[in-house]
Ligand binder design. Structure first.
Ligand SMILES: [Zn+2]
Length: 554
């Protein structure tokens, strides 16, 4: 008989908000053997009264709260790992501070072939001003500098980077993107949406080494394990990710925790080209499963980015922004519908980035078209990502169609909403991120952080879900606090909800007999303590398949 460990003296949240917490759980062979009161769990482990067999070990957790490990509902693992090594600009606050930090990074790494930065905020620019290469050139002009916006939907670059990317005045804008230009037609150093992806990310893809990628992936796993995450949903999977994960699987035969991936589609503007991507993705899914099994990495679907973001006025809305802009979607229906149907027919699930209310309408039209053409299925599990501003009729439709709402509390931290509210400029500014409406409608909620577009710390994300307050600036008023979750509701959406969205809820996301023993023991009390105690806290202990994957240093 193999060894059994009973974790006792705890408050065990099972993943289901409706189930009262248990007092202990037992792990055998990497799986949860039982959860319940101590007597029942001892019985399940083969112990009778004081007669405990030697292969049963009891570990006291000293009254800590235990939950299923957090299932990160929306992540970009390699980008997170890379961003952890970039110049951090989220709290820079002004152009001068950005320049100082870039100059310091250059001075610290005089031989670096390029300088990368992340998470600059739109509100560092005066009203009507936009990022320009000149601001960066003033401090670094000899090597490329590439700075991701906070939301990862645009990049700000210097003149050396424009040259390295091959952007000239004759370079056309890609479909769904813009190379911002001055009155002479010259690029100014600001790339939006697919222009950011194809030029900046494409350039970085071409210069990144395999060793860089391997390091980034490891850094992301480590960072997540510290914060109690034991599964992640990859939302921009592609060839580079596939190669990196394959190297890791070939080296170790496993990953630090299971990952579920959606392959990011690119809109080419040609239906046949777009549909051809589907066959490649289905083949990659099948090859990966044949070679490594599905325990650690599963490609389960595709990701469409239907629109941009509200901050840059690129999210597709039903009514114009305050400045009168009303941009169309990145995927028009005539392209989106046939590609969605092809993906669905290949058994690939849809994850649909839709931030504006018109984009989420298109998203549901895509789901409905899949049902119409391919028939009803119970394992379809479509999901819409972000849903920052969403119409009530869309929420009702999501409930009727069984569509998951994948949302990120960190995206409505009040400290990052000033520009978001200003560009909407009307009552929409006060009715965003309506978690309560999704709950009331019975829509499945999967919470995540979308790291690195926002901080990856699960306890801080939970804090915002519980309070609608800012984790970044405690002086801020809460944003629409009627939206908040109870602790049990939020923890369910962070664990079982996010697991159910991936289709892997039997495997993880719950502390129940037969599930993988992927568990977080919390340093602060997420169920009953003051929410402030969560800020900056983490997991005291993280288990993956019953093994210690992280233990906080005393
Ligand atoms: Zn994302």
């Amino acid at each position: 008989m193999s060894a059994t460990t009973i974790y006792r003296d705890a408050t065990v949240f099972t993943g289901e908000a409706a189930v009262a917490p248990r007092e202990c759980f037992a792990v055998r062979d990497g799986l949860v053997l039982a959860a319940g009161d101590l007597a029942a769990v001892r019985l399940a482990a083969g112990a009778h009264g004081a007669d405990t067999p030697p292969e049963v070990i009891e570990v006291s957790l000293g009254g800590a709260v235990v939950t299923p490990g957090i299932v990160e509902g929306h992540a970009h693992m390699l980008m997170l790992g890379e961003s952890l090594s970039k110049v951090q600009l989220r709290d820079a606050g002004s152009l001068t501070v950005v320049q100082e930090r870039l100059a310091a990074a250059r001075a610290a790494a005089p031989d670096a072939p390029r300088i990368l930065g992340t998470s600059w905020m739109f509100d560092i620019f005066a009203e009507g001003e936009r990022p320009t290469a000149a601001v960066i050139d003033a401090v670094i002009s000899d090597v490329p500098v590439i700075l991701d916006a906070n939301d990862l939907h645009s990049v700000w670059v210097n003149t050396a980077a424009l040259a390295a990317m091959g952007i000239t005045r004759d370079t056309p804008d890609p479909v769904g993107g813009e190379i911002v230009r001055d009155e002479n037609g010259d690029a100014t150093g600001f790339l939006l949406e697919t222009a950011a992806m194809s030029f900046a990310w494409g350039y970085l893809d071409s210069v990144r080494s395999e060793a860089d990628q391997d390091r980034y992936l490891s850094a992301a796993f480590d960072a997540y394990l510290e914060t109690g995450v034991t599964a992640a949903t990859e939302m921009s999977f592609g060839e580079a990710e596939l190669a990196t994960y394959r190297r890791r699987l070939a080296r170790d035969g496993r990953l630090p925790f299971p990952v579920t991936a959606h392959w990011l589609l690119t809109a080419s503007g040609d239906v046949a080209t777009d549909v051809a991507q589907i066959a490649r993705i289905a083949a990659a899914r099948d090859e990966l499963a044949a070679e490594f099994g599905t325990q650690w990495l599963q490609i389960v679907g595709v990701k469409f980015i239907l629109d941009g973001v509200i901050d840059a006025c690129t999210a597709t809305m039903r009514a114009p922004y305050a400045n009168g802009a009303l941009p169309g979607p990145i995927w028009e229906r005539e392209f989106a519908l046939p590609v969605a149907v092809a993906a669905d027919a290949a058994g690939l699930r849809l994850a649909l980035h839709a931030i504006g209310d018109e984009a989420s309408t298109i998203a549901l039209d895509m789901v409905q078209e899949c049902i119409r053409v391919n028939g009803a299925r119970t394992d379809r599990r479509p999901r819409v990502e972000h849903l920052e501003y969403v119409a009530d009729d869309t929420i009702a439709r999501m409930a009727a169609l069984g569509v998951t709402a994948s949302m990120q509390p960190v995206h409505c931290d009040p400290a990052v909403l000033d520009n978001w509210q200003a560009v909407l400029g009307d009552e929409r500014a006060h009715t965003g991120f309506p978690w309560h409406k999704f709950r009331n409608a019975g829509v499945l909620l999967a919470l995540g952080t979308d790291a690195p577009t926002a901080p990856h710390f699960a306890p801080d994300n939970l804090f915002i879900a519980l309070t609608a307050e800012s984790a970044l600036d405690r002086s801020r008023a809460p944003y629409q606090p009627e939206r908040v979750f109870t602790p049990a509701q939020a923890l369910e959406a962070l664990t079982l909800g996010a697991a159910t969205a991936t289709g892997r809820e039997q495997e993880f996301g719950r502390i129940a007999t037969g599930a993988r023993a992927n568990v977080a023991v919390w340093a602060a009390n997420p169920l009953a303590g003051a929410p402030e105690a969560l800020l900056g806290s983490g997991a005291a202990l993280t288990l993956v398949d019953g093994e210690v994957a992280h233990r906080r240093q005393a």
